[in-house]
Design a protein around this ligand. Structure first.
Ligand code: ADP
Length: 267
């Protein structure tokens, strides 16, 4: 089974820096038992936000990274064979439904549409999960919440989400934070001094403004944090920026060279 499950034990006080009113909006969605769709580029804080909200709301969190081999059984569960014969094992979605937890499907557009169909009766006011294999018809416990995210980059425009799926969600758009908020995040996450952080954040903005190249995505907050951590541990700033903010973004030599030119000009 290739499902990643992360269980949040609601005790570690996870750092999350709000960008706007997302904490309030999400809390209202939770209070009204509405499923939430979060759109935004890679590394802008979607996963951290959900983990922080699960902690704040005191709900267990089940995270599934979606991919095109993900089956409905990976989400719902399957019969396994043990020493005493076959037994049923709940998948992460079923666990969240039973326990009143949050089930977070990251990059949901990567999953096949016949897999996401299992979400439909959970994502509208029925809030039920029919499990064909066991004959159960599970009603979601009160705290259950379904959250999906995807990155609407150009490749995903083709894949998209079925309108019948997406119209069941309340949606929120995330983007890279403003420079002052991003600086706070990078400082907190890397322990780097503010002067360095501000320099790296400005570089991040400059790289994001580089429009002419065939870049699917620009340097994310995550990559700026990596660069800051590398510098803190002793790597030269230019090398750190090449390794964290240029090389990961493209395999095209001309594009990487253009990114490095911007880095050379900024640090
Ligand atoms: P996504 O799920 O959008 O790909 P993540 O939530 O994994 O991105 O964010 C990447 C990293 O950036 C996080 O691990 C965290 O260190 C940092 N980060 C981004 N945004 C925030 C934020 N608003 N508050 C705290 N940390 C953040």
């Amino acid at each position: 089974m290739t499902v990643e499950i992360a269980i949040n034990n609601a005790s570690n006080n996870l750092y999350y820096e709000p960008q706007g009113n997302e904490v309030e909006l999400f809390t209202h969605a939770y209070n009204n038992q509405l499923p939430v769709l979060i759109k935004g580029p890679t590394g802008c804080g979607k996963t951290r936000f959900i983990a922080a909200m699960a902690e704040k709301l005191g709900r267990p969190l089940y995270t599934v990274s979606c991919h095109d081999d993900l089956t409905a059984a990976d989400l719902v569960g399957r019969h396994l064979i043990g020493p005493e014969g076959t037994y049923w094992q709940d998948g992460p979605l079923t666990k969240a439904v039973r326990e009143g937890g949050i089930c977070y499907l990251d990059e949901v557009v990567e999953a096949r549409k016949d897999t996401t169909v299992v979400l439909h009766p959970l994502a509208d006011d029925r809030r039920v999960l029919p499990i064909e294999r066991t004959g159960e018809y599970l009603e979601a416990a009160p705290g259950f919440m379904l959250v999906v995210s995807y990155n609407p980059g150009y490749q995903n425009l083709i894949k998209g989400m079925k309108p019948s799926t997406r119209q069941r969600f309340m949606a929120m758009s995330f983007d890279y934070p403003s420079e002052d908020i991003e600086a706070k995040i990078v400082a907190q996450e890397s322990g780097a001094p503010m002067e360095l952080v501000e320099q790296l954040v400005r570089l991040g903005t400059a790289l994001r403004n580089l429009k002419d190249h065939d870049l699917e995505e620009a340097a994310s907050t995550r990559l700026i944090i990596y660069a800051a951590k590398l510098v803190v541990s002793g790597v030269g700033i230019k090398q750190a920026c090449y390794a964290a903010m240029a090389e990961p973004l493209s395999d095209d030599e001309a594009t990487v060279a253009a990114l490095k030119t911007v880095i050379d000009a900024c640090v």
